[in-house]
Design a binder for this molecule. Structure first.
Ligand code: HEC
Ligand code: HEC
Length: 225
């Protein structure tokens, strides 16, 4: 499953390439990039001169992605966190067949520019599909109290009240549940390295990962963030 899904996504992205070429033909070659939000917007919308794919293809121009849950929301994540994840894809501390080549295709200024762009972006969420009430209740309990019996700390200890984020620690509130569940598996299997998340992800029961992901998906992001 985990191998199949990115392949399908990759095919989808490949199908989108003719449209990207058309978009690039409309916008002539850009001036050299500086690390500012405008340069970020340009990469997000059009990709880079050296052939980097436009981030908007998968994450949306506003950083809210397409609602399928295959691509994470990036809007309003701190620039520091977004940058550190791009570096993790480059170093291989975070494995992903789509994002590693994309991150490796950007230089430092370009990474900074896209991170600043998405950090400043505010998207509008589409209401997630309803989940069973008992799942949400359990998810909220794990988020706020953890699972002391399984040696799992409350997520809010680090991710902030209501999962709003505590930069550079990312927000979980409103993030797509499928993405959150997948990341817990990545940490558990060591395909995504983090001293703080690895053991917790191994200790967290699978159904609790599903529950906490469903809970956070329906927690709104605070307007000020
Ligand atoms: C072809 C689709 C695709 C494109 C294009 C794409 N991404 Fe991604 N991105 C993904 C997927 C899938 C993930 C989740 C990967 C994982 O599980 O690690 C992801 C994850 C990320 C993450 C980690 C988010 C988090 O919450 O930890 C960042 C940051 C990111 N992408 C930035 C970018 C930037 C910047 C660009 C453009 C330069 C870009 N992406 C282009 C598919 C894409
Ligand atoms: C001791 C601090 C700590 C606790 C407790 C904690 N986290 Fe994390 N979490 C982190 C840090 C630090 C990161 C960023 C790590 C990285 O860069 O991969 C993170 C990242 C994540 C991510 C990746 C988000 C993204 O956008 O890709 C998910 C999902 C996550 N945590 C879920 C949880 C859940 C669910 C809980 C509670 C069961 C939890 N965390 C408890 C520190 C913590």
């Amino acid at each position: 499953m985990r191998i199949m899904k990115p392949m399908i996504i990759f095919q989808k992205a490949a199908l989108a390439l003719p449209f990207l070429a058309a978009a690039l033909a409309i916008y002539p070659a850009a001036e050299p990039l500086a690390a500012d939000a405008n340069a970020g917007a340009q990469i997000v919308a059009q990709g880079t001169k050296s052939g980097g794919v436009a981030c908007a293809r998968c994450h949306g121009f506003d950083g809210m992605a397409d609602g399928s849950g295959a691509f994470p929301k990036l809007a309003g994540q701190s620039a520091e966190y977004l940058e550190s994840e791009m570096h993790a894809y480059v170093s291989g501390n975070r494995k992903n067949a789509l994002m590693q080549p994309i991150a490796k295709g950007l230089n430092e200024a370009e990474i900074k520019a896209v991170a600043q762009y998405y950090a400043a972006s505010h998207g509008t969420s589409v209401a997630p599909g309803a989940q069973p009430a008992e799942v949400i209740v359990r998810g909220q309990q794990v988020a706020k109290e953890g699972d002391p019996g399984a040696n799992v700390l409350a997520c809010e200890t680090c991710h902030g009240p209501n999962g709003q984020g505590n930069p550079p620690i990312p927000y979980l509130a409103s993030q797509y549940r499928q993405y959150t569940v997948l990341q817990m598996q990545m940490y558990r299997q060591g395909l995504r390295k983090s001293d703080l998340m690895a053991e917790l992800a191994r200790n967290l029961r699978e159904q609790d990962a599903v529950a906490v992901a469903a809970y956070y998906e329906q927690v709104a992001r605070a307007a000020s963030k």
